[in-house]
Design a protein around this ligand. Structure first.
Ligand code: ATP
Ligand code: MG
Length: 370
């Protein structure tokens, strides 16, 4: 199996695929990263290097990606000889907020009111009803990067310029009751499974904690899974897809964005479900039947950021003492093998498992000491 990208999502994909007996070849420009260090083979090169793509194509009968900013052309190249999941077209939609919003709105899905900002003129003429809002770059945004909040219409042009005079959208700020996500997997035959709904909490624009099952009414949870399943169907999607949604203070569901790959909010599935999102990615890729996404028991996933390595100001980074996590027998620690801790960098995660959600939350609180 071939994989484009070398981060932690790729690492967990490699491990799941290897458990099923596959060998994985990773194409990634970086040095031995999280995925490269566990892959059976690491082709170190740019994603668009024809020789590297040809090498991958010669080795792999099927290929996938672990991040949405992989050039669509690389997937299209591989699709000439290999099964590619997701299709280049799905990735192209998800990697561009303008295409993504347009696709969702055109297919009748609820999104926050938005407008495209392609020029300073667009920015100056934005409808006042879109403020307060958020200007988001059309491409390459992640973990809250590439976003500027604007209070009034008069701030939009300055924000667009500050963003670097690139295609953007402006989106109205939605009053949020909660943020949830649903990961789904869909085969080329249209078979689809959806994992339970995750309730997501962010800190500084980065996912901090996912709580499963989400503490939302059962009808809303069912609707969220239906929406995610419908998005996958409309995309004629092949592979694993995450649909991030807002629950508004009025109890409505709005799609925030989609990710054409396993998602941080689905990491709990490794320890808490019969089949993980990564195993499912390998199954779809290999043309195998889908596994059962059923939840064994409630789970709370806590991200471990590089900040944890920097305890004293000015001191050298120091790896946390993980026994603090491991003294909890039902806390599952995952570290991504990143050599260099940085603030805001995802270094690992812990999944807390318990027979009740209250129990899992208490364990997470004890580990975080909050
Ligand atoms: P990701 O790491 O999920 O890729 P991102 O950088 O692509 O993040 P978004 O998911 O668009 O960014 O936004 C990050 C967070 O900002 C959201 O999870 C939400 O908390 C907040 N946010 C974004 N858009 C809105 C909105 N229209 N109204 C209210 N809050 C919003
Ligand atoms: Mg997001």
């Amino acid at each position: 199996l071939g994989l484009l990208g070398g981060g932690q999502l790729g690492r967990m994909f490699c491990m799941a695929a290897q458990s099923l007996g596959y060998k994985v070849v990773v194409l990634d420009p970086g040095e031995e990263g999280p995925a490269g260090s566990v892959a059976d083979r690491h082709v170190r090169s740019d994603y668009l290097d024809p020789a590297a793509l040809a090498e991958l194509a010669a080795l792999a009968g099927a290929a996938t990606t672990e991040f949405e900013n992989v050039p669509a052309a690389a997937l299209a190249f591989l699709a000439r000889t290999a099964r590619v999941c997701p299709a280049a077209e799905s990735v192209a939609i998800a990697q561009d907020r303008i295409r993504e919003k347009t696709f969702l709105a055109d297919h009748g899905f609820s999104v926050a009111p938005y407008a495209v900002l392609a020029s300073e003129d667009d920015a100056r003429r934005v409808d006042a009803s879109l403020c307060p809002g958020i200007v988001k770059s059309a491409r390459m945004g992640y973990d809250g990067k590439g976003q500027i909040r604007v209070a009034t219409q008069g701030d939009v042009a300055a924000a667009w310029i500050a963003m670097g005079v690139i295609p953007c959208i402006i989106e109205r700020l939605v009053p949020l009751a909660a943020e949830v996500s649903v990961v789904v997997a869909r085969t080329e035959h249209g078979d689809t499974t959806a994992w339970p709904v995750a309730e997501n909490h962010h800190r500084d624009g980065i996912l901090d904690v996912s709580i499963v099952p989400a503490r939302v009414p059962a009808a809303l949870a069912a609707e969220a899974r239906d929406v995610a399943t419908a998005v996958a169907a409309k995309l004629d999607y092949r592979g694993v897809l995450c649909v991030e949604m807002f629950v508004t203070t009025q109890g409505r569901l709005i799609i925030n964005e989609i990710a054409p790959r396993p998602h941080n909010s689905g990491h709990y599935s490794i320890d808490a479900c019969v089949t993980s999102q990564f195993e499912q990615q390998a199954r779809v890729l290999a043309g195998l039947p889908l596994g059962d996404p059923r939840l064994h028991e409630p789970a709370v996933m806590v991200n471990l950021l590089g900040d944890l390595w920097f305890t004293a100001a000015g001191a050298a980074p120091r790896e946390p003492d993980w026994t603090r996590v491991l003294v909890h027998p039902a806390a599952k620690l995952h570290l991504y093998g990143k050599a260099e801790p940085r603030r805001g960098r995802k270094m690992g995660h812990v999944t807390c498992l318990a027979p009740t959600l209250a129990g899992a939350l208490a364990m997470a609180r004890a580990i975080r000491r909050d």
